[in-house]
Design a protein around this ligand. Structure first.
Ligand code: E4P
Length: 215
């Protein structure tokens, strides 16, 4: 399973990249806005840190404009993946761009039906937002399971990025289901390796080590 960080913060990305477990990065307009820095410069910098897919979102709404914007984004670096929301215009643009070899991450996916259309348009990645589904009383991970079934039935090439992750259990469930990727916020990544019994165990081992004779 691949783990991406869902962040545009360079310090966070550098730190997690240093753990040796990071496969890619996803950003979105909200995450970029938090950094209060030039978009192009920031995306270029992220591409120098992580050698894997880096998602940057197109904000145009008309297919023709999305195509132009996506080509510009893709020209920044070979690892750029363009995020396009799953709208009618977005699907048109995805079809054109995927034929040109631009990698598309279909974003704001909330249903298996949307995911199926994105696959047929040639999306490389499908991003169901599980946390936002849970927030409105739906079962986000059940939507992921249904999307995985569809991909499996027809051997679509697309990979599922479990997005809008809120806690480590989302990541564990994603892994148990065989989802290809989870994109995980920094705070959740930190929680993934924390366990009070690990901390207590280390403390005890260090205390006991003081009693060991060493020459
Ligand atoms: C992923 O691609 C999205 O940027 C992200 O996971 C959205 O998460 P949120 O619902 O916490 O904003």
């Amino acid at each position: 399973m691949k783990i991406f960080i869902d962040s545009a913060n360079v310090q966070q990305i550098e730190e997690v990249n240093g753990w040796g477990i990071l496969d890619g990065v996803t950003t979105n307009p909200t995450l970029i806005a938090k950094e209060q820095t030039d978009f192009g410069t920031l995306v270029r910098q992220i591409c120098t840190i992580v050698n894997g897919p880096i998602s940057a979102e197109a904000i145009s709404m008309k297919a023709g404009d999305i195509v132009v914007e996506a080509r510009e984004l893709a020209s920044i670096h070979k690892n750029i993946v363009v995020k396009i929301p799953v709208t009618e215009e977005g699907l048109r643009a995805t079809k054109t761009l995927s034929k040109e070899g631009v990698s598309i991450n279909t974003t704001l996916v909330f249903s298996p039906a949307q995911a199926l259309l994105a696959c047929k348009a040639g999306a490389r990645y499908i991003s169901p937002f599980v946390g936002r589904l849970d927030d409105v009383g739906s079962d986000g991970m059940d939507v992921v399971a249904q999307i995985l079934d569809i991909l499996d039935n027809y051997q679509f090439d697309a990979e599922v990025i479990v997005a809008s992750v809120r806690h480590p259990i989302h990541v564990v469930e994603a892994a148990r289901m065989g989802a290809h990727i989870a994109t995980v916020p920094y705070e959740v990544l930190k929680k993934m390796f924390k366990h009070p019994l690990t901390d207590l165990g280390i403390e005890k081992f260090l205390q006991d080590w003081q009693k060991v004779a060493r020459h």
